[in-house]
Design a protein around this ligand. Structure first.
Ligand SMILES: C=CC1=C(C)c2cc3[nH]c(cc4nc(cc5[nH]c(cc1n2)c(C)c5CCC(=O)O)C(CCC(=O)O)=C4C)c(C)c3C=C
Ligand SMILES: [Fe+2]
Length: 433
C-alpha cells in the first residue's frame, strides 16, 4: 500500500484520534470555549470568537464551528447553508468493485477527519520524508469552517451503456431516473452526469477546495474528476431566521424553502421514507444539480417593474407582489400569471416541494464579452419524479425568467444515501454490502 493510501490501514476511530488538529480550533477547544450555552449541532452557529493562525484576529464565529459528520442523515442537506461550495462529479475508471469500495472507505475516514478540522492521514508533515504527505496542506492552520461533505451516486454507477459495471443494477432506485430533456435545455455533456458526486460546502473556500482535492487524490486510479463547480454566496437558505441571501439577479433567493428546523416538512419532502424503496436509500435524498447560466447583461437592462413581475416578488424587500413584507402569506394565484414564484410554488404543482441549496458562480467570460455567470442550482427531495421534474416542466413551459434570462447548461442527478452513523461505517455501505 502506498503512503497516499496508508490511512486505510488504521481503523477509522484510531485514524480520527491520531490525526493532527489542522488549526488552532480543535473540536474540544470549540466545545470548551462555547461553554454550556452553545450546542454543536446541525444549526449550531454559536457565539464563540475563534482565532485563526493566519491573522491572529478573531475570525467570524462560524469559522470555528464544526458540523457533525456522523448522523442519521448526511450533513450538507438540511444543515445551515455555508457561504462556499466546491462540487465535484467523478467518473469511476476501474472495473474493480473492491478498489471502489476501498476508496469509499478511505473517503469516509478522510471526510470525517476534514469535517473535524483535522489533517488527512498522517497530515502534512507526519509521514516519511521520502513519501508525499498524506494531506496536501493548503488548509493547514484553518479551522473546520462548518465543512460538510455530501456524497451521491449517479445513474451510470448502476448501469452504463447497458453494462452492470459493479453488480449494482438491481439496486438502482426507481426514483433515480435519467432526467428528461426540458424545453430550452442546452446541456454540455462535459458539465453533466457523473458516477459519484461530492458536494463540499464550507465558510472558507480553501477548506471546501482542499476537501475535494484530497478526496480526488485518495481516489487516484479509481476515480477521475469529470467536472467540478465552484460556488459562492449561497442562493438559498435553510435558516429562515437569518437574512435571506440574494442571487446574481439581485433578488432574495430562498425565502420560501424547507427550513432546517422543519422536521415535518423534511420527512414529507426531503428524506426517503421506509417503504419508498430501495431499503439502502431510507434516510437519504435525491439531488438534482443544474448549472444555470444567467444572461445578466440582458437582465441589467430590464426595468425594475418588469424584473419584479417576472420573479413575482419585489426586489428590495422580497415581498410577494401585492404584499408588504418578505414573509407575508400569499396565494400564488394572486401573483402575475407567468411569474417564477407562482409557477414554482407547491400550490401550483400538486404540493411538489424542493429543498433548494444553490450557489452563485462566475467562471470568467463566455468569449463574447459577457460574464459566464449564473446559479448552480442544487435541490434535494424525497422523489425527483414528484418534485424537481414537474416543477421544472412547468417553469420550462411558461416561466419568462427561464425563456429570456437563463439557460440550463449542465445537469446531473444523484441518489444520496443516508448518513454514516458512526466511525467504522462508510459511504455506500448498505449499497455495496
Ligand atoms: C425547478 C426548480 C427551480 C429552478 C430551476 C429555479 C431557478 C431559479 N430561481 C431563481 C430565483 C428565485 N426563485 C425563487 C423561488 C423559487 N424557485 C423555485 C424553484 C426553482 N427555481 C421554487 C420552488 C421557489 C419557491 C416558490 C415558493 O414556494 O414561493 C425566488 C423567490 C424567493 C424564494 O422564495 O426563494 C427567486 C428570486 C433564479 C434566478 C433561477 C435560475 C437562475
Ligand atoms: Fe427559483
Amino acid at each position: 500500500m502506498d503512503a497516499e493510501n496508508e490511512q486505510s490501514a488504521a481503523p477509522a476511530a484510531e485514524t480520527e484520534q491520531t490525526a493532527g488538529t489542522r488549526g488552532p480550533i480543535s473540536r474540544r477547544a470549540v466545545i470548551g470555549w462555547a461553554g454550556a450555552g452553545v450546542a454543536l449541532g446541525a444549526a449550531s452557529v454559536g457565539t464563540v470568537a475563534a482565532a485563526t493562525r493566519h491573522s491572529g484576529e478573531p475570525a467570524p464565529v462560524k469559522f470555528g464551528v464544526e458540523i457533525p459528520f456522523y448522523g442519521e442523515h448526511q450533513s450538507g442537506i438540511a444543515t445551515p447553508v455555508q457561504d462556499r461550495l466546491h462540487f465535484a462529479a467523478f467518473d469511476v475508471i476501474t472495473k474493480d468493485r473492491e478498489a471502489l469500495v476501498r476508496v469509499l472507505k478511505e473517503w469516509t475516514k478522510a471526510g470525517a477527519t476534514m469535517a473535524g478540522g483535522r489533517e488527512v492521514g498522517k497530515g502534512t508533515g507526519g509521514g516519511l520524508p521520502e513519501a508525499p504527505p498524506d494531506d496536501t496542506g493548503e488548509a493547514l492552520g484553518l479551522p473546520a469552517s462548518r465543512l460538510t461533505l455530501t456524497i451521491g451516486f449517479g445513474p451510470t454507477l448502476f448501469e452504463k451503456d447497458g453494462v452492470d459495471r459493479f453488480g449494482l443494477k438491481a439496486k438502482r432506485p426507481e426514483a433515480l431516473v435519467d432526467l428528461p430533456k426540458f424545453r430550452g435545455d442546452n446541456l454540455d455533456p462535459a458539465r453533466s452526469g457523473g458516477d459519484i458526486c461530492v458536494q463540499a460546502c464550507a465558510d472558507d473556500p480553501v477548506v471546501a477546495v482542499h476537501a475535494i482535492r484530497n478526496l480526488a487524490r485518495i481516489g487516484m486510479g479509481v476515480v477521475n474528476v469529470r467536472w467540478s463547480q465552484l460556488g459562492f454566496g449561497k442562493t438559498s437558505s435553510t435558516t429562515p431566521d437569518e437574512q435571506t441571501p440574494r442571487n446574481l439577479m439581485g433578488f432574495k433567493d430562498g425565502t420560501h424553502n424547507v427550513a432546517g428546523t422543519d422536521k415535518d416538512a423534511q420527512v414529507q419532502h426531503v428524506w426517503v421514507a421506509p417503504g419508498d424503496g430501495p431499503e439502502w436509500m431510507t434516510g437519504g435524498s435525491y439531488l438534482v444539480a443544474r448549472r444555470i447560466r444567467m444572461h445578466i447583461e440582458t437582465w441589467d437592462r430590464t426595468p425594475l417593474a418588469d424584473q419584479e413581475e417576472i420573479i413575482g416578488r419585489t426586489k428590495g424587500e422580497g415581498a410577494p407582489i401585492g404584499k408588504q413584507r418578505e414573509r407575508d402569506a400569499f396565494d400564488p394565484k394572486d401573483l402575475p400569471e407567468n411569474s417564477h414564484v407562482r409557477l414554482a410554488h407547491p400550490d401550483s404543482n400538486k404540493g411538489a416541494t424542493l429543498l433548494r441549496r444553490g450557489f452563485s458562480f462566475t467562471d470568467g467570460t463566455d468569449g463574447l464579452g459577457r460574464l459566464d455567470a449564473g446559479l448552480f442550482f442544487l435541490a434535494y427531495q424525497r422523489d425527483t419524479r414528484k418534485a424537481f421534474i414537474p416543477v421544472q416542466q412547468a417553469l420550462a413551459a411558461h416561466d419568462v425568467l427561464h425563456d429570456e434570462y437563463t439557460q440550463h447548461v449542465g445537469s446531473a442527478h444523484f441518489a444520496c444515501p443516508p448518513g454514516v452513523r458512526k466511525p467504522g461505517e462508510w459511504w455506500g455501505q448498505a449499497l455495496f454490502g
